[in-house]
Each structure stands twice: as C-alpha cells, then as structure tokens.
Design a protein around this ligand. Structure first.
Ligand SMILES: [Zn+2]
Length: 347
C-alpha cells in the first residue's frame, strides 16, 4: 500500500514536472484615464508628507481575457456598474454579464478598440483592448478524440486556479465573496446535485462563476463501459448547459479516476479537456502535491461542504500573501502544459 502510494506520488510528480513554458494569456494594454492621487504624489518632499491623504477610487483594470462560447470575455479587477451602451470595432456589442465580467459579442475580424469601464465605486478607465477574430478563437476549441487531463494550468501573471467540486451544499458566503471582489471560481458540478439547487447555481453563474462537468451521479468512470461513461459526461454537460446557460467544455472525473476510455468518453461527450488538481484543502490546511507553498499555475480543489466559506477565506489569504492572482480556468489555460498521465487520489 505504501509502495503504491509512493509510486502514485512519483507518477504525479513525473506527470506534473513535465511542464513547458506556455504561451502567456493575451492581456490588454492598460491606460487608465483617472489617476489615483497615490501615483502622482511622492513622499520625497516634506510638502507632500504634510498633505492630507486623498484616496481616489481605484480605476478598474483588466485582469485577463479569453474566448468562451463564441464571445470574448474580459475579467476586471473590480465590480463594474452598467455604463452607456458601447459598440467596439463597428459591430461588437459590449455587455456586462457578471459584476466583474464583460462580454464582447461578435467579432468577424481582429481589431483594437477602447473599452470604457466604470467601476461600482465610480472610477473609470478607458483601456485599449485587442479583440481577436472570434471565428478563429472558436476554431481553437475544436473537437478532440481524447480529452487530456491537466493538473497544472498557465502560470502567466502568477495565476492560481480555484475549483470547487460536487455541489450538494451551496454556500451563500461564497456568493458574497464573489460579489465583493474579482473571484473566478470553477464549479465542477454533479448534475444530480445541481438539479436540487438550480436557483443557487444560476446566481453563481450570474456572479461570474464558471461551470464544469462532474458527471451525472459521480461514479468511478474507470469501472464503466465506454458507452456508460460517455452518457455520464454527456448527459451532465447537456443538462448543465440547458439549466445554467453555460455548456461545459471541461470536465473533472470523480475521484480523479481516469484512463484512456474515460478520456475518449469525455471527448465523445463534447468535452475538450479534463481538469485535475495539484493542491487540495483539508480542513483549513492547504496541501500541495509536493508539500511546498502554492506556486503560479497550480489548480486548487475544494468541495461544496459546510465550512467552505471559511476555507475559501483562508485560501484567499494565502493566495494574497504569496502574491498570486486567481484566474478563470478555461480550455485555453492548458495550452502548452504537459498532460497528466495517471489517476489522482481524491473525490
Ligand atoms: Zn467529486
């Protein structure tokens, strides 16, 4: 048993160490219109040090952006307020889809444009964005024959990825955190669990949450036939899409148990990739795969269980202390990352 554990750990390390440098996430240039008093004042002169402190509202920044379901999504540092109607690049309508998430609807050709953002605190920014041709962005998410599993994702920008599994105990504390701050969370939902609390998951999506496929009923997929495993993935994917308006492109096998058949089943169900994890939380303790502090690119798994709100608060404090930035986990997050070869231990 000990030997098996050691072998799996070595396998996990071997799988996870094969990382190569991924392409950085495309970020927009930042050109805030409003300046905070902090940036224009220095403390070098006694005059400045005597001046009363004025804390101007912080202008919103773009944290990351990427294509999703044929739209270009822009994630911002602060919750936004709905501004005047904007059209970019001639035809692209801009809409606020979540407090800190803006979607640009359709772009036939790539273009540069000025995106106006107004934070809920009133601070405004005009930011130059590069919107790719969405037809091209869509083509990137092409059908695959095997959905590979990754336990790390793109580390650019000191990114860290927060994922929460199952869904039997929804948490209002998590929703509150998502409303207070930019907090991209991917929920890998069991369809049977999601069905019980649909209104909660709709609020979760409205707050900017992302949905992943965690099967219909959480079986060990490695013990099922290809046909049954495919149904577990596809039924959950279809139902979650219909209920929540987000059809998952990514799945996570229950218990981290996967093999070639499970990966083929996922691809047949329309999933593009599978997400593993490199760090877990047990109680309020963060446990990484190598026992070291979290590093950029790690995927953290939590569960929708009582006490999740507190766990997440502890995790966010650690993330802040390590100067890491939570980023949304998308199919594009795995570009250039080596896939994991062996099953993981967990649930
Ligand atoms: Zn699970």
């Amino acid at each position: 048993m000990v030997l098996i554990t050691v072998i799996s750990l070595v396998a996990l390390i071997a799988g996870c160490l094969g990382r190569s440098g991924p392409a950085p996430v495309q970020l927009a240039h930042r050109q805030p219109l409003t300046r905070t008093s902090r940036t224009s004042r220095t403390s070098r002169t006694s005059r400045a040090s005597r001046a009363p402190k004025v804390s101007a509202p912080r202008p919103p920044r773009i944290v990351t952006s990427g294509a999703s379901s044929g739209r270009w999504l822009v994630y911002t540092s602060d919750p936004l307020r709905a501004g005047p109607a904007q059209v970019l690049c001639g035809t692209d309508k801009v809409s606020l889809v979540a407090p800190s998430q803006v979607a640009v609807s359709e772009s036939a050709a790539a273009c540069h444009a000025q995106l106006l953002l107004t934070a809920q605190n009133g601070a405004r920014a005009s930011i130059t964005v590069t919107i790719p041709a969405l037809a091209k962005a869509k083509a990137k998410v092409r059908a695959v024959s095997v959905a590979k599993l990754y336990c790390f994702a793109n580390p650019a920008g000191r990114a860290i990825y927060i994922t929460i599994d199952d869904g039997w105990t929804p948490s209002t504390e998590v929703l509150d955190l998502m409303h207070q701050t930019y907090l991209p969370i991917t929920a890998f939902l069991i369809a049977d669990a999601a069905k019980e609390y649909l209104s909660y998951w709709k609020s979760f999506v409205a707050a900017g949450g992302l949905i992943g496929d965690h099967t219909v009923s959480h079986p060990y997929l490695t013990k099922l036939t290809l046909a049954k495993a495919t149904t577990q993935w596809s039924q959950a994917r279809t139902d979650l899409g219909r209920w929540l308006g987000q059809t998952p492109a990514m799945g996570r096998p229950p218990y981290g148990a996967f093999d070639h058949t499970v990966q083929v089943a996922a691809a047949r169900a329309g999933l593009t990739s599978l997400a593993g994890w490199s760090a877990t939380m047990s109680g309020n303790r963060i446990q990484t795969w190598n026992g070291k502090p979290l590093v950029p690119g790690e995927i953290v798994i939590l569960h929708w269980v009582p006490g999740l709100g507190h766990q997440l608060t502890v995790l966010l404090a650690a993330i802040r202390a390590l100067h890491l930035n939570p980023k949304p986990l998308t199919v594009a997050s795995f570009a250039g990352i080596a896939p994991q070869q062996h099953s993981l231990n967990g649930d």
